[in-house]
Design a protein around this ligand. Structure first.
Ligand SMILES: [Zn+2]
Length: 218
């Protein structure tokens, strides 16, 4: 009987791999699934408005499920893994600057629906690794944009036009090094709009970093 309960407890408390459900390693991601993550080369992925954009990994099956789980399925524990993968890549770049992290914001109506902005959670976890500060309420999403994934490139750009602003009550020093973070870069329209507004407001030192890319340019 005791054995039975021990077994039952074991089943409850052993961490499953989120991706393949294996309980062999008691981790959120098992070594086999981790091996399937493809890191990007350690260089600038692209420049938007002369700002460097880095991206850590390819948007393939594991990453797709990670982002989906964190964003839509309330799996908040995936924020740590999201940040950990970003940090693994970030370390390789050997950038010594001290940044202020700006998570890409979601519109307040979407925040109401989802209860949290997943990139805020990732920023908190990324901060633990880097010791950078975060400014969560600096960028604001002024437009409740349509979901991007079923739109074509031109539609995405149009959809996001003037979708962001900055909170004048929460100003950051103009000399600060800003690090915009997001989960995925596809057309670059989101980051492009954010960089545009930051530049308009006089910020010049801007870098962007995303977890992943579907790699449509290369
Ligand atoms: Zn696994």
């Amino acid at each position: 009987m005791i054995k039975f309960f021990e077994k039952l407890l074991g089943l409850i408390y052993t961490q499953q791999c989120y991706f393949c459900r294996s309980t062999k390693y008691d981790t959120l991601i098992c070594p086999e699934c981790r091996k399937k993550i493809h890191f990007m080369p350690e260089s600038v992925f692209l420049k938007i408005n002369s700002c460097c954009v880095y991206t850590a990994v390819l948007y393939d099956d594991i990453i797709k499920r990670l982002i989906k789980g964190l964003k839509y399925n309330n799996k908040k524990q995936l924020a740590k893994l999201h940040a950990e993968i970003m940090y693994e890549y970030w370390q390789r770049l050997n950038i010594k600057d001290n940044f202020i992290i700006l998570p890409v914001p979601i519109h307040k109506s979407r925040l109401k629906e989802r209860k949290y902005n997943h990139m805020d959670l990732v920023a908190e976890e990324f901060k633990k690794y880097t010791n950078y500060n975060i400014s969560k309420n600096f960028l604001i999403r002024t437009k409740d944009t349509k979901k991007q994934y079923n739109l074509h490139r031109d539609e995405r750009i149009k959809n996001l036009k003037n979708a962001f602003d900055i909170n004048e009550k929460n100003l950051i020093d103009k000399e600060a090094k800003l690090l915009i973070i997001d989960d995925i870069i596809s057309t670059g329209a989101t980051l492009g709009e954010i960089i545009k507004i930051l530049k308009e407001k006089g910020y010049t030192n801007i870098t962007a970093f995303t977890l992943s890319t579907p790699d449509i340019w290369n």
